[in-house]
Write a protein that binds this ligand. Structure first.
Ligand code: AMP
Length: 110
């Protein structure tokens, strides 16, 4: 059974896609936590960071994040977040990175 994010990537579920390449698709989060809130999702269905293979192509996610941040004009900075597992708040079991920007962020996060 395809994950929610695979169904978005395949166009079965609508989303506002802001970037895509051979490895990553980026679309706006349906419940934005900042003026810019984009999810960067590998086309490959990996449940989370815990399942990323040691020799996996993880650089594609960071490359996409940089490109999207530049495209969306996040000159003052942005935050990248990956939630792994229940206690971190992961709700979709398809690896994804949040790109948040357009406001100031506090540290430590909640
Ligand atoms: P996480 O809690 O880290 O697993 O993040 C999952 C994210 O997916 C949440 O921020 C949700 O708002 C977002 N989300 C859930 N369903 C959709 C959808 N159909 N389109 C866009 N974003 C979604």
């Amino acid at each position: 059974m395809a994950t929610l994010f695979t169904r978005i990537i395949q166009g079965e579920i609508p989303a506002e896609i802001v970037y895509q390449d051979d490895h990553v698709v980026a679309f706006r989060d349906i419940n934005p936590q900042a003026p810019v809130h984009v999810l960067l999702v590998p086309r490959q269905e990996i449940p989370g960071v815990a399942q990323v293979p040691e020799d996996g192509d993880h650089r594609h996610l960071l490359n996409a994040a940089r490109i999207v941040a530049e495209q969306l004009g996040l000159k003052d900075g942005y935050r990248l977040v990956i939630n792994q597992g229940e206690s971190a708040g992961q709700t979709v079991d398809h690896l994804h990175m949040h790109l948040l920007g357009g406001r100031d962020f506090t540290w430590p996060p909640g």
